[in-house]
Design a protein around this ligand. Structure first.
Ligand code: DGL
Length: 269
């Protein structure tokens, strides 16, 4: 009998769906549990101490409730601070998402890269070490914003992104003498508003980490004989969980059914 992995994908909101989509494309034959911590959204404005405790509590609750083979922290804001502690706290493999600065270096032609992320992510030591170690000789423009993750959430709840508002937020980059030719989407929410960002920056290449994470998850599961790729199989019991239920959650549950997340469960932290 084939082993079918149980894959837990976690974010503060809908952002991790951009990662879940990539993983599901690569590994269709798996059970997915998607958990979003909407009670504590947005993570981008929270302290490091709060995030470490919160993410640990959610993962703890999830793995004591469901059988989980691998955890994907599909959130740059959480991954860039919580990964080491999570890996010492839990025994299953934990994969995180960090901004795709290294791949962006291979793409940029004008040697100017923009990192768009939450306020918390651009302040992380992890990011500054990454830039120091891998991007010397490149100009890395950092822009940390609170509003974009919310715009993405609202878009998935049915409210279109206001392009004037978005353009105003991007002003610091639009006024630069050298505008980045490559923009790293350093928050998993941002792929959902990439079409609108591309209207503000028409000649720019956007890059996110979803594809690379999917490849990493696939490799880890293969090492553990948990993936039989090539099999044609449709799992129907994927699960969607949130930490709070309200009107917005209700709208999202409807939208997320499109992504084969049909069953819903509230988890209380
Ligand atoms: N999706 C999250 C990230 O990748 C953060 C959004 C938020 O909660 O601020 O950083």
């Amino acid at each position: 009998m084939d082993n079918i992995p149980n894959i837990l994908v976690f974010d503060s909101g809908i952002g991790g769906i951009s990662v879940y989509n990539e993983i599901r494309q690569k590994i269709p034959k798996a059970n997915y549990i998607y958990i979003f911590d909407n009670q504590a959204f947005p993570y981008g404005d929270k302290s490091n101490e709060f995030l470490i405790e919160r993410v640990k509590a959610v993962i703890n609750k999830a793995i004591s409730t469901y059988a989980v083979d691998i955890v994907i922290i599909a959130c740059n804001t959480a991954s860039t601070i919580c990964l080491p502690i999570l890996r010492t706290s839990f025994s299953m493999p934990i994969v995180g998402v960090v901004p795709a600065i290294k791949p962006a270096i291979k793409i940029t032609k004008n040697k100017c890269i923009g990192l768009l992320a939450t306020k918390a992510t651009i302040q992380r030591e992890y990011i500054h070490n990454l830039i120091r170690d891998f991007a010397s000789g490149y100009k890395i423009e950092l822009l940390g914003l609170s509003e974009l993750a919310l715009m993405a959430e609202q878009k998935l709840q049915g409210t279109a992104v206001n392009l004037d508002d978005l353009t105003k937020l991007m002003k610091p980059w639009l006024e630069l003498a050298v505008v980045p030719d490559t923009i790293v989407l350093g928050c998993t929410h941002y792929p959902f508003i990439q079409p609108e960002l591309a209207k503000v920056f028409p000649d720019v290449t956007f890059i996110d980490s979803g594809y690379a994470i999917a490849a990493r998850v696939d490799n880890l599961l293969k090492e553990r004989n948990l993936v039989n790729s090539g099999a044609k199989f449709q799992i129907t019991n994927n699960l969607l969980c949130s930490t709070q239920y309200n009107e917005q959650t209700q709208k999202l549950i409807g939208t997320l059914q499109k992504f084969n997340l049909i069953n819903y469960q509230l988890i209380k932290i």
